[in-house]
Write a protein that binds this ligand. Structure first.
Ligand SMILES: *[C@@H]1O[C@H](CO)[C@@H](O)[C@H](O)[C@H]1NC(C)=O
Ligand SMILES: *[C@@H]1O[C@H](CO)[C@@H](O)[C@H](O)[C@H]1NC(C)=O
Ligand SMILES: *[C@@H]1O[C@H](CO)[C@@H](O)[C@H](O)[C@H]1NC(C)=O
Length: 296
């Protein structure tokens, strides 16, 4: 994974050195953290489980059966961080199922609810998944963009990432940026900028709308359904010395000043995007498009 390489504050080097030192001083023989130390199952039917995939990869099998879906939440919660997760999606007939990976704050009233979503909408056997993305700020979403993936996401694990820094929310698939939502608060564009968020995930039944507009339902004869999650990583933002909190740095020294690769974004837009609220005339043609959809 590419860490921000340019224009970070000098302090970063110190943080790294301190981390290495801490590692070196850790008691010998200390076992690596288990996935269940980082992720807690928060709801569900009880058929989810942690296991060693291939004997050495600590993996969560998230389960959906007739009685319930299930979900997890990360222990880590930060104001600005990059969260990475390797996911293998429900194989074969996944119609009606939705697997998710998203960021959310702890319980706050809906008018303060922020959320950054990656949702994988299942499909009939052999038909492509849709990756649905959205950004909620202060309880308001409606910023959907959808993509079809350039590989079969059920055959193996792929890395899905949300980088949330003071300037952008960047959605990445195998390190390729697919969407960048810019912090343009100067123009009145809402951006989550004051409360920390956890990574969460779930597998649930959304047969009323998920697949081909709800026409293809969940085939419960195939249940239980499983999506697999592993290799969860968090890279939190750390403020520069003399700066009270991340996001308050002068623009030239901000941590996580990683800008999305514009050429890669353009390519994905041209080849993989299947829906963009910013060009939905039917929806916004009469009322006017959201500010972030208009040129700055
Ligand atoms: C989970 O979070 C709590 C509170 O922040 C912390 O004390 C604990 O060490 C964390 N556990 C892990 C495994 O990171
Ligand atoms: C998907 O179908 C293949 C071929 O029929 C089968 O081998 C495999 O076990 C199925 N996978 C799941 C998760 O049902
Ligand atoms: C499912 O497959 C159909 C047919 O290829 C496609 O039109 C649709 O976008 C796919 N995804 C969903 C979520 O329905």
């Amino acid at each position: 994974m590419a860490l921000p390489s340019s224009s970070s504050c000098k302090h970063r080097v110190l943080v790294l050195a301190a981390a290495l030192l801490a590692l070196a001083m850790a008691p010998p023989g200390r076992a690596a953290a288990y996935l269940y130390d980082d992720l807690k199952l928060t709801w569900g039917s009880g058929c989810s489980y942690f296991y060693m995939d291939g004997g050495d990869a600590d993996t969560l099998a998230l389960c959906l059966d007739r009685s319930s879906g299930s979900g997890f939440s990360s222990n880590a919660s930060y104001l600005y961080a990059r969260y990475d997760m390797d996911i293998k999606l429900v194989a074969n007939d996944s119609a009606g199922t939705v697997a998710t990976f998203y960021l959310m704050p702890d319980d706050v009233p809906w008018e303060y609810h922020d959320e950054v979503d990656m949702e994988f909408l299942g499909n009939a056997t052999g038909e492509p998944y849709t990756l649905h993305t959205n950004v909620y700020v202060n309880g308001a979403g409606g910023r959907e963009q959808q993509f079809q993936l350039w590989f079969d996401p059920t055959e193996g694990f792929h890395t899905y990432s949300i980088e949330w820094n003071p300037k952008y929310i960047i959605f990445l698939v195998d390190d390729t940026p697919i969407r960048a939502y810019r912090n343009d608060r100067a123009r009145g564009v809402p951006f989550p900028a004051w409360q920390s968020m956890r990574a969460e995930g779930s597998l649930w039944d959304a047969e009323e709308w998920a697949t081909q507009g709800g026409r293809v339902k969940t085939d419960w004869a195939q249940a239980p359904f499983y999506a697999y999650y592993r290799n969860f990583r968090v890279t939190p933002c750390a403020p520069c010395p003399g700066v009270a909190w991340c996001g308050d740095e002068p623009p030239e020294s901000a941590w996580f000043d990683q800008r999305p690769d514009a050429a890669a974004l353009q390519r994905v837009r041209a080849e993989n995007m299947v829906y963009d609220y910013c060009v939905d005339q039917k929806r916004f043609g009469d009322t006017g498009f959201p500010v972030e959809c208009t040129a700055s």
